[in-house]
Structure formats: C-alpha cells, structure tokens
Ligand binder design. Sequence first.
Ligand code: ZN
Length: 196
Amino acid sequence: MHIAPTDTGWMEVIVGPMFSGKTEELIRRLRRARYARQRVGVFKPSIDDRFSETEIVSRAQAALPSVSLNDPTAILSLAEDLEVVGIDEVHFFDERIVEVAETLANSGKRVILAGLDLDFQAQPFGNVITLMGLAEFVTKTLAICMACGNPAARSQRLASGGKERIVVGDVEAYEARCRKCFKPYPLPQQTTLTHN
Ligand code: ZN
C-alpha cells in the first residue's frame, strides 16, 4: 500500500487459496502495526481450531495471540479500544461479518481481513466477495499448483475431504491447484486412491 489514509479507518482484504500465505501476510501487517505501538487485536472464528485456539498461526509458524469466537458481532465490543483489527479465516463467519467490518472501519479503525475467496468447488464465498468490494485495499495471494507448478488460485479438496462446504483441514485434505489442474469435486475414483 503506497498511501496510508489519515484521520479515517479503512479496510484491507487479503484473499487467495490455501497455501498462498494469507495468514502470514496478515501477521506481517499486524506485527508492523505493533512495532509502531498501535493497539492491535486479532480475531478468528472458533470453527477453525486446526493449529491453535488462542493464536492465529501461519504455516510458516508465525503466530499472534487471537480471540476465537462464533458470533462476529462480538468483535465490536472487544475491539472498542483497538486501532488495528485483524480477522483471519473470514470466510467461516456468517454474513454479519460484513456489517461488523464496515462498522469498525467507519469508526476509524484499520481493519485487515484474510480468508478464502473461493470454496473447494471454486465457487465464491459471497461475504468475502462483498468485503472485497467494500475494502480500500485488496491483495490476492496465489499459491503454487501442487500438480504442475503454475500459479494457483484454487483449493482442491482431496478424497478425505467429504462433501460439506466447510471442512477444516490442511495438507491431508487440500492442495493448491491452477485452473488447468483443478478438478471439480467429487473426484473421479482413480484420482481419489492416490491420496490416501
Ligand atoms: Zn496446475
């Protein structure tokens, strides 16, 4: 970001597939704010307990203390005294997250949201797309296709993933894939066998 706004809040959105470094980028921005002695808070949905219930943790093992909650409106009171509000795995929250983010930014805070823009069928997460439209700054991180090495914007669910839209998982259940290598789920039988 070249110009940071002054005397106003704003919204930054970091989107991309799994394994693209979204959380790492979120942590990097929040750390810099901390070095500047800004009051920083981090929130995440409690559905996402893959790595830690009290921290957001990137795959590179960077970590920041965070608060886990189900109801996104609870962030409003918890963030009252904060200058910078980070929210990770934003696609897991229900549609109220949009108004919460708007309210926070309108009250003068810097709001940084990170999450998936596409689900495992490469369908957009509606709330995340709306947030991208409302945000001043949008960053799309790409992964590297684990099948061919091209830039990857999609998260491929592997055989162990099931059919729910939201399956919390990591390397055992997902791969980053490019447009060419992405296969709509459920996978053909012969492909599923190679991953388990
Ligand atoms: Zn590929």
